[in-house]
Design a protein. Structure first.
Length: 156
């Protein structure tokens, strides 16, 4: 059996007038993440981890922000399309571990729904989503943005 690991990272600015969507869950908050798609940093980091582990080019190459068909698209669709690429090469997800760094709002009450959304697409329940703040330091601490990291293990 062959195994591979992948690492993903994403970052987006917070902006008034945008929805805050993380893990495919809309979270009521006065500001949301700014981007070409729905700017779901968590799903973008997961996509990059999956794509990298399977040897594909990154999310920006697969779903370029210069293509109008991806404007305001749900990142759940990007995750589904990334997963289709993996399965075309016979890869399966063993586990996924994620970290979201966001000063506010607290997202712990949304993580179970996030895991459900992701597990339905990736066909695994071995998913961890953790969250922390940056203790008031840097642009995240100043409530100007959000960061997400993801690691994944695949098997063939």
């Amino acid at each position: 059996m062959e195994y591979r690991t992948g690492f993903g990272y994403d970052i987006h600015k917070l902006k008034k007038g945008r929805k805050l969507i993380l893990g495919g869950v809309e979270i009521k908050h006065p500001v949301g993440l700014d981007g070409h798609s729905d700017a779901d940093v968590l799903l973008h980091a997961i996509c990059d981890a999956l794509l990298g582990a399977a040897g594909f080019k990154d999310i920006g190459n697969q779903f370029p922000n210069t293509d109008k068909k991806y404007k305001d698209i749900s990142s759940l669709i990007l995750l589904k399309n990334s997963f289709k690429l993996l399965t075309s090469k016979k890869w399966k997800v063993v586990n996924l571990d994620c970290m979201v760094i966001l000063e506010e709002p607290k997202i712990y009450k949304y993580t179970e729904q996030m895991k459900k959304n992701i597990s339905e697409i990736l066909k695994t329940k071995n998913i961890s989503i953790k969250a922390t703040t940056s203790e008031g330091l840097g642009f995240v601490g100043e409530k100007k943005g959000c960061v997400a990291y993801a690691t994944v293990m695949l098997k063939k």
